[in-house]
Design a binder for this molecule. Structure first.
Ligand code: NAD
Length: 256
């Protein structure tokens, strides 16, 4: 960690050890924010923190399971004391279970998947939004998915990601007058460990999995974590204050 410059805005990005969250954390740091890098294990956050600090930015690694209420409260308090009051929150942590029909889905799988994406976003937002309200300014960005519109194999994931959209719109209604916006990003296929795991589960080489996905994407390629980071950067920016309660599909084409 390095010292926080006076009045530097502070962001919290969950699931920021790798993938989309790491790209978002690095991008927000490049935009001038100090970033609380939250993930399951502090050591795994080291790569993201190092990438930020070696570039002259400010970041702190904080371990928390976002589905654990007590851990979230402690993590937010730690970030507020180390970096300052957080006014940008990116609820990005998420997991996807295996594809199974609803009749075969275990309660444990449903709870694990919805627990990270949905309960996690609730816990973080409940802990961070008072900082935003006190500052009279805030940006909440929830990582949904095109799976919110339906997913042939993952009722748990689709429900969690659709739930995040209702959560986002409600936050926009509740917090707008306090200067806080809330929006959801719904990524399509993004190259990350998550899509690497889906390829493995389907018994496909990752290259082949990407090639097949790209065939169905209008812009003719799969997405990269930086595509999502670019959108998050825009939504977190001061100029995006009139954009709230929206879902932005970042999927290389229209989705419905
Ligand atoms: P990833 O698996 O590469 O990274 C997820 C990160 O979240 C990991 O660092 C992991 O340790 C962390 N994490 C998992 N459970 C956690 C918990 N309980 N507490 C704290 N951290 C936790 O996945 P990704 O592709 O970077 O996905 C990031 C987000 O984007 C997820 O919410 C995912 O559902 C969403 N998304 C991804 C895609 C895609 O194609 N990759 C598409 C749509 C939406």
């Amino acid at each position: 960690m390095t010292h926080t410059a006076h009045a530097q805005r502070v962001a919290i990005v969950t699931g920021a050890a790798r993938g989309i969250g790491a790209a978002v954390a690095k991008r927000l740091a490049r935009d001038g924010l100090a970033v609380g890098v939250v993930d399951l294990n502090e050591a795994e956050c080291a790569g993201t923190v190092k990438a930020i600090t070696s570039n002259g930015g400010t970041a702190a690694a904080v371990a928390a399971d976002v589905a654990d209420e007590t851990a979230v409260t402690a993590a937010v308090a730690q970030i507020a004391s180390e970096l300052g009051s957080p006014t940008v929150l990116v609820n990005n942590a998420g997991i996807g279970g295996p594809d199974v029909g609803v009749a075969e889905m275990t309660t444990q799988q449903w709870d694990a998947v919805t627990g990270v994406s949905l309960r996690g976003a609730f816990f973080l937002t409940r802990a961070v939004s008072p900082h935003m309200v006190a500052a009279g300014w805030g940006r909440i960005i929830n990582m949904s998915s095109i799976s919110a519109l339906g997913d042939s194999g993952r009722a748990d994931y689709a429900s969690a990601k659709a739930g995040l959209i209702g959560f986002t719109k409600t936050l926009a209604l509740q917090l707008g007058r306090q200067g806080v916006t809330a929006n959801a990003i719904a990524p399509g296929f993004i190259v990350s460990d998550m899509t690497r795991t889906s390829a493995r589960r389907r018994g496909r080489a990752f290259e082949e999995h990407q090639r097949l996905a790209a065939q169905a994407i209008p812009v003719g390629r799969v997405g990269q974590p930086e595509d999502i980071a670019h959108t998050a950067s825009f939504l977190a920016s001061p100029g995006a204050g009139f954009l709230s309660g929206q879902v932005i599909y970042v999927a290389g084409g229209p989705v419905d």
